[in-house]
Ligand binder design. Structure first.
Ligand code: ATP
Ligand code: MG
Length: 354
């Protein structure tokens, strides 16, 4: 695929009452522009342009590649449905979708422009500022927004520092929902963005377990971990093979309060059932550690060597080894449990349309 395939609209191009000022980013699924509305000033406009399925060579119209009509139509429908769902979310911590429409053979989502820097930038440039007080208040506000999204029966599925804006007022803003991508991922390898390693939940990699609020919660945990470490935890794909994650509780002991570290570890459990099941549960944990299990990621923790414990362990292993293995083998498939005070998870679905 040549670079030309994703040729953006030229500067000063008029799209109704919007004028292209510059391209903000160009990914595998869309081009994001900064445009100026004649009446309302700067806006961010996302153009649906999935690589390997559609391309723009000459003029402004998007051409669908041969044999990809069905796929393009599905992606476009998903893009529009997601825009329609997001347009109903009116929350200060979720990007505001003001309009969406079809033009140039594709579709556009018009979002309110917010001045700020990505959390990714903050992690690289000003990590020292990301202390306990900042993390708690920033993530609590972000989770308010995410909760609103889940209440609308949407999942984000691509939470990571690059998709979180730190507004000029310090407020977090959740950007760039990934559900459209997951619609196409299954059927369009050319357009497939590799799931964001380190942030995507294990069930997003495996594809055989239900996605739910717990999947976004894994990504929130990974984002918190990144704020502390300066880089994401090992990818869930890799962790499923061999889990080399050093729990936050060990790695950052003494640098952050124990309850905050345990909350991060709780989110990073590989088993979806062992994580907080709802944003509300995570919010409570973030406030003061309420509900956090005693030793999340217990299987990864290194404890100081004790001969007595070693002897006990050996005896226990001999006597109950076979029983334990049988129990593990009979472990039921993961079935999400309804959270206590949130809408039942079965009502919350990604915008994925299969
Ligand atoms: N509402 C907004 N206000 C200000 N800047 C924004 C806004 N939305 C997006 N941006 C900027 O544009 C960049 C790209 O946006 P976004 O993450 O939505 O698209 P993307 O990652 O290129 O999309 P995709 O992965 O779907 O192709 C962001 O990192 C951010 O810098
Ligand atoms: Mg993005």
């Amino acid at each position: 695929m040549s670079l030309q395939a994703n040729r953006p609209l030229p500067d000063s191009y008029r799209l109704g009452e919007l004028t292209v000022e510059k391209v903000l980013s160009s990914g595998g699924f869309s081009i994001v522009y900064l445009m100026r509305d004649d009446h309302w000033g700067p806006h961010v406009v996302k153009e649906f342009l999935p690589a390997g399925i559609a391309m723009r060579t000459v003029g402004e119209t998007v051409e669908i590649l041969e044999g990809k009509q069905g796929l393009f139509a599905r992606g476009l429908r998903s893009f529009m449905e997601e825009a329609a769902a997001l347009a109903k979310v009116d929350h200060p911590n979720v990007v505001r979708v003001e309009d969406f429409f079809r033009a140039n053979g594709t579709a556009y989502m018009v979002m309110r422009h917010v001045r700020g820097r990505s959390l990714q930038f903050q992690i690289h440039a000003q990590r020292a500022r990301l202390d306990d007080a900042f993390l708690r208040s920033f993530f609590l506000r972000l989770l308010h927004g995410l909760r609103e999204v889940h209440l609308r029966r949407l999942l984000h599925l691509d939470i990571k520092p690059a998709n979180i804006l730190v507004g000029a007022d310090g407020q977090p803003l959740l950007l760039d929902f990934g559900a459209v991508r997951s619609t196409l991922d299954h059927a369009a390898p050319q357009a497939k963005t590799v799931l964001t390693e380190g942030f995507a939940a294990p069930e997003q990699h495996a594809g055989d377990q239900p996605l739910g609020p717990w999947s976004d919660i894994y990504a929130v945990g990974a984002t918190l971990y990144s704020c502390m470490a300066g880089h994401p935890p090992p990818s869930a794909r890799q962790r499923l093979q061999e889990d080399r994650l050093v729990p936050a509780s060990e790695r950052f002991r003494g640098r952050f309060p124990a309850d905050l570290l345990a909350t991060v570890d709780w989110c990073l459990e590989l088993d979806p059932l062992r994580r907080p099941q709802s944003v509300y549960a995570l919010q409570r944990a973030l406030v003061d550690g309420t509900g956090v299990p005693a030793e999340p990621l217990g299987h990864l923790r290194r404890r100081p060597f004790s001969f007595l414990r070693w002897l006990k362990g050996l005896r226990g292993l001999v006597s109950s080894g076979i029983t334990a293995m049988t129990t593990l083998a009979q472990r039921p498939a993961v079935v999400p449990l309804p959270p206590v005070s949130e809408p039942p998870p079965h009502e919350i679905k990604p915008t994925r349309r299969q």
